[in-house]
Design a protein around this ligand. Structure first.
Ligand code: UDX
Length: 449
């Protein structure tokens, strides 16, 4: 099928590559000329496993093209996807200006029937707004052309985006039109083979499904973080509690890992947007507000712990930080807990030596040159001259460190772990102090390495 995708961010680019890979003819359109030029040259601007080779091979096969030409995009695709950003407004609501601008662009170039498919995460009622915008723009042109607006939210996870997109656990289609449903069934047939993963519903339910899914997952994380705080105060071990509750299949093991709080481009923004939507109906979303507040507090925990350990000031101290991305396998630092940590460390007067396997360029872009930040090319380099170590992202490379070397390098022999990566007994055996989330702390032992 011929498909056009507006927006070459995570969602649009990954979806475009994956659709082209099964044989569809895909044109990706973006207003960012520099980005389009890079993509045309086969350079993929995001770190996402498997994406670059997939983009390059499908470009070479002529099934995937990139353009800034909106008119050509509208002419190309019988299905037109909206995959542009919906950044949060000041009040937490999703800003629809990009979505509605593309809707107007599509309407201004349409010469025949089109099905507009919304993949961006948008508030309930947006499909209706897009339909009204397209309808008004067509009326202005004095033409009557049939079109449908469908909601088809995306559930991919950064770092596993290609795999998630190739093997979706569900394909949500919000439409009342059997024609549009038929088109999307044909489009997704290669991904829907062994059992029917397609769940067809009305458009508002599809829009709400996306928010409900992310809010449910965010709730699980804030819940376990709340219990972790309680465990610390009660002398219990959250890792034992996690395994104990996860073994109940009604609860399950996934998304109950305590940590430094959730980050990324989705959960924080989507929970806030859903709170805003709920309030706009006159309903007070007590639970969602608590989830959001717990997360804000949780993102401060690691910084508070380190500053507290040093009695309120980090003047003269150097803290090594392992991990800057909001999670492993991505270079994305949007809403990353590492940012809260670094700000807290700097506010208390510390110098930071940071390492991340993928996000160093992003860190340089965000923080620029500053005397209290050294970006290091290896985890070992970050330790040089450091007083203690903080871990914020659970990259594989940090999972089995040389604890003897840590004990030798870190002047204060302290490891602050926001991801509970290690067995406290092993860390203790090397004379290191260990402060993690929801577990009894281990004090450092002087002179034992
Ligand atoms: C999420 C959803 O998983 C995906 O379905 C949706 O389409 C977009 O939002 P993503 O933001 O890429 O995907 O990352 P995810 O792996 O879900 O992690 C989000 C955050 O939660 C990370 O900061 C992660 O560290 C944190 N997290 C996750 C925890 O703190 N504990 C957990 O148990 C799981």
């Amino acid at each position: 099928m011929k498909v056009t995708i507006f927006g070459t961010g995570y969602v649009g680019l990954v979806q475009g590559a994956v659709l082209a890979d099964v044989g569809h003819e895909v044109m990706c359109v973006d207003v960012d000329a520099a980005k389009v030029a890079a993509l045309q040259a086969g350079r993929v601007p995001i770190h996402e496993p498997g994406l670059a080779p997939m983009v390059q091979s499908n470009q070479a096969a002529g099934r995937l093209q990139f353009s800034t030409d909106a008119a050509a995009g509208v002419a190309h695709g019988e299905l037109i996807f909206l995959a542009v950003g919906t950044p949060p407004d000041e009040d937490g609501s999703a800003d629809l200006q990009h979505v509605l601008a593309v809707a107007r662009t599509i309407a201004s170039h349409m010469t025949g029937p089109r099905t507009i498919v919304n993949k961006s995460t948008v508030p309930v009622g947006t499909a209706d707004k897009v339909a009204a915008t397209v309808g008004a723009a067509l009326a202005e042109r004095g033409v009557a052309i049939a079109f449908e607006v469908v909601s088809n939210p995306e559930f991919l996870k950064e770092g596993a985006a290609v795999a998630d997109c190739k093997r979706p656990d569900r394909i949500i289609i919000g439409t009342a039109s059997s024609t549009a449903e038929g088109q999307l069934r044909e489009l997704y047939a290669p991904f829907n083979r062994n059992h029917d993963r397609m769940v067809v519903m009305d458009v508002r339910s599809a829009e709400l499904t996306k928010y409900a899914a992310n809010a449910m997952l965010a709730t699980k994380i804030s819940f376990i973080n709340e219990i972790a705080n309680l465990a610390e105060r009660l002398g219990a071990d959250i890792e034992a509690v996690r395994r104990g509750i996860g073994s109940d299949p009604r609860i399950g093991y996934s998304f109950i890992y305590p940590g430094a709080g959730y980050g990324g481009s989705c959960f924080p923004k989507d929970v806030k947007a859903l709170i805003h939507t709920a309030r706009s109906t006159g309903f007070a979303p007590e639970l969602l507000q608590a989830v959001d507040r717990r997360n804000a507090a949780q993102r401060a925990v690691l910084g508070e712990r380190i500053v507290g350990h040093y009695g309120g000031s980090l003047r003269g101290k150097t803290i090594a930080v392992w991990g800057l991305a909001f999670k492993p396998e991505t270079d994305d630092m949007r809403e990353a807990p590492s940012r809260n940590l670094l700000q807290a460390l700097w506010a208390a007067g510390a110098r930071v030596r940071a390492h991340d396997p993928a996000a160093m360029g992003e860190a340089r872009r965000i923080f620029g040159e500053r005397p209290d930040l050294t970006l290091c090319t290896s985890p070992a380099e970050a330790l040089q001259g450091a007083d203690s170590l903080a871990i914020v992202t659970e990259w594989k490379i940090y999972r089995v460190p040389d604890f003897g070397e840590l004990a030798r390098q870190l002047k204060d022999r302290m490891v602050f772990d926001g991801r509970n990566l290690y067995d406290p007994a092993i860390v203790a055996r090397h004379g290191l102090g260990y402060s993690c989330i929801g577990r009894p702390p281990v004090p450092p032992q002087a002179g034992s390495c």
